[in-house]
Design a protein around this ligand. Structure first.
Ligand code: TRP
Length: 368
């Protein structure tokens, strides 16, 4: 793979992603200025993740919003493959989904795919994936979702509700389709081959169209769902895609829940956060202070700056000041890191409290 090549599939992300190229490759649409205005008009405010292009691409969002304006509501759906503890990168689409839910007053379904991760990870037992599903559910609830309009689905538990829909999809997906989309081989287990049908199922839990906020790596599943839906007389799901959240190490790829050092978990203590950022967060700064003062840093590759941009500094003015000061050399890497550490720890303190409270409420959210 050459340095400007990249790979994006649901199970493998590698290289430095060129998002404009990815839009062409996947055949999605870039979120235009006009579409941003439409969202803002309906929502009554804009969201920093939209303004900054963290959500950058979509399928059929224009149609969904036009229908909404005419009084035809949609519902929301997203999900998580519970292969380990939740890390801060996972929270990006969920926080945005919460905003959408509040602004558009919709129901929300959250799918935890313990079966998928069991199929995909050779060392993960089904029992452990299921335990992580419950742990991950706590993080979702901690973000403020309410049980009256939010339901959590766990594949192995809710299979009765999902299976009739999944079966209809499975009949329309042939092996050569999935092979072409996901690069499956003769060694791929049949659970993986069937899996797209199950991820499709929650799109049709309500008798109205769905909008899915998701990491762009998940798009291939729904490309298949969208091809098949009309053949079954069902509406095509609409999608809004976020960029992949870079790992602390900054070397392309996404933050992965299976590499401790490249990841900040929502369960990390303040000391661990401090240590990880200081030790591992890739720096766009210069090797010495003198050089940094003279030449300045590069915020585009600096992971601390990127985390502030993506999640931890919603205030545009403050962010711009950090950007400009870092670029000019006024702000040092160590200083930028301590700003980020403080923001993450402040966020996690509240999150961890809410997460513990969620243990007693989780039952109310479970899809029945
Ligand atoms: N496959 C996703 C993952 O590995 C989990 C998932 C299930 C999902 N349904 C979804 C993600 C809908 C986004 C939208 O994380």
């Amino acid at each position: 793979m050459s340095s400007d090549d990249f790979i994006v599939t649901p199970w493998h992300v590698e290289g430095k992603i060129d998002y404009n190229k990815l839009i062409k490759k996947f055949g999605t649409e870039k979120i235009s200025r006009q579409l941003l205005n439409t969202i803002e008009k309906i929502a009554g405010e804009s969201h920093f993740m939209l303004r900054r292009g963290i959500f950058f691409s979509h399928r059929d969002l224009t149609r969904t919003l036009n229908d909404y304006k005419k009084g035809n509501k949609f519902f929301l759906y997203t999900g998580r493959g519970p292969s380990g503890h939740t890390h801060i990168g996972h929270l990006v689409p969920w926080v945005f989904a919460k905003w959408l839910q509040d602004k558009f007053k919709t129901n929300m379904y959250f799918q935890l795919t313990d079966d998928e991760k069991f199929f995909a990870k050779s060392k993960l037992t089904l029992e452990d994936a299921n335990k992580f599903a419950y742990e991950n559910a706590l993080d979702f609830i901690a973000l403020g979702f309410k049980p009256n309009n939010t339901k959590i689905i766990i594949d192995t538990k809710n299979i009765e509700s999902l299976y009739p829909i999944a079966a209809k999809f499975a009949k329309k997906i042939n092996f050569s389709n999935t092979k072409a989309v996901f690069g499956f081989t003769n060694q791929t287990n049949v659970g993986m081959i069937f899996y797209t049908s199950l991820q499709s199922a929650p799109c049709f839990l309500e008798d109205r169209p769905v909008l899915i906020p998701l990491g762009v790596d998940q798009d291939p599943h729904f490309r298949i769902t969208r091809d098949i839906a009309p053949k079954l007389g069902l509406p095509k799901p609409a999608l809004i895609h976020n960029i992949m959240i870079p790992s602390l190490l900054g070397t392309g790829g996404k933050m992965s829940a299976s590499d401790d050092n490249s990841t900040i978990y929502t369960t990390d203590t303040p000391e661990v956060v401090k240590k990880k950022i200081n030790k591992y967060a890739f720096s766009g700064g210069q090797p010495t202070i003198e050089e940094h003062r003279k030449k300045g840093g590069n915020p585009d590759v600096d992971i601390s700056y990127q985390y502030l941009r993506i999640f931890f500094e919603p205030d545009d003015k403050k962010l711009k000041k950090l950007h400009d000061d870092y670029k000019s050399g006024k702000l040092l890497t160590g200083e930028l890191k301590s700003i980020l550490i403080e923001k993450i720890n402040k966020f996690l303190k509240k999150h961890q409290q809410e997460r513990e409270k969620a243990r007693d409420k989780v039952d109310k959210y479970m899809f029945k």
